[in-house]
Design a protein around this ligand. Sequence first.
Ligand code: 6LW
Length: 499
Amino acid sequence: MQFSNPVVPGFHPDPSVCRVGEDYYLATSSFEYTPGIPLYHSHNLADWEPIGHCLTRPSQLPLENASASEGIFAPTLRYHDGTYYVISTNVSDGGHFVVSATDPRGEWSEPTWIDAPGIDPDLFWDDDTVYVTYREGEAGIAQAELDLETGALGESRVIADRLAGDYTEAPHLYEIDGTYYLVVAEGGTHTGHMVCVARSDRPDGPFEPCPDNPVLSHRGVSEMYTPIQATGHGDLIEAHDGTWWLVFLGIRQFGGYPGWHHLGRETFLAPVEWVDGWPVVNGGERITPELSVPDTDLERAPRADWTTTDPFAGTDLGPEWNGRYARERYTVGDGVLSLEGGPETLEERGVTFVGRRQQHLECTARARLEFDPRAGEEAGLTLFYDERHHYALALTRREGERRVVVRLRIGDATAVVADRDCPAGAVDLTVEGTPETYRFGFEANGSRTSLASASTRYLSTEVAGGFTGVYVGLYATGHGSDCEEPARFTAFEYRPLAD
Ligand code: 6LW
């Protein structure tokens, strides 16, 4: 099988997979985005399709206390005895929790909360005993028995720390032919990131570290040679043909030295072989954008090409769409997405916003907007990293005139870099993304106007910090009061150009 990495492009960190027969499911972190924990389905681990989310109700996803890059951290997805389980952490409210479902497409249960510190919980069944293994904090990887019904934990013990570096996290535990394997990440989730392994003849250790740790890392691999960096945080899986694989996160850094990445941490795939009872990832070679794995019966399938051409025909948005902090103040139907702008602006949490991830370095986005703003009102298209790092291409009213503006918010600075008169009627707002630049324009009355361009760099994790990636969003705001009329989006298109 030949495939391209990343297999799930755009902001999809901390991937976790499970298999049921020939069906594969994948979950990733979602932080402050709603619904929480996106789920994907595949028949071959390489071609994934969005199927929904685990956390679709406010009762499952309290985000009142969350800021950008808080909320939902790394999930583990497992299937046991007819039920799918996801264990994850809401770092802003409630801590670790488990939700379950008999159909991964939903509905998922209410959370069972688990009273333990830390992040990155893993769920493992050893016969009837359920273990939770998690990053406790400075002490390293802790483990305790879990009562799945009540969330009650037994006594917790530290079982591993610092196999090849610092900051041991992202544990996953497996039993393979009578041996227990502990896979962890180390080195932090940037260019020092690694995957390390240890094994034991018991699920609770003691664990013997692999002599070849890290089994995967691009630390020390210059971005001059490959944009793929930060490979780490992996989950092992045996495919239905008996081949083994690692699903893990990585980033694509561009733009010279030091490079940056604005699409967030993405989901990658590599084959695994077993040598002397230890996993060897991709034959010990670096991860490349194209991988060829001859010794597998897995076959490529028609792949989601990640294009969105939304005529807003249904009564809700498709699974690629998200809100931030809460889903509200929009309606969909009859070919219109109506956004009811509230007082909050893009600089504040709570702005009326829906978006889908930018998943490709080269892409276009276009939104058709029908909106006659009053003074102070605005709606449009945004490239959004967080409240302090985003670009907006908006329809607004200034000094009585309807105008199209491009506004950049980069940290402490805000600037309007284009401001043009806009004729009456529907307007198409357009963005072209290249690895290093966004170009903004609009079309109205059949004529096209180029407005401005801006560097992708300032919407990157290296500049903004945090754990997420850029969204292509639609938003509306009344700048301090509610908009009189909703902003009516009658078309939206996101199209990859390359990758
Ligand atoms: C996650 C941790 C990590 O909990 O980043 O890559 C944290 N590693 O395991 C947030 O995604």
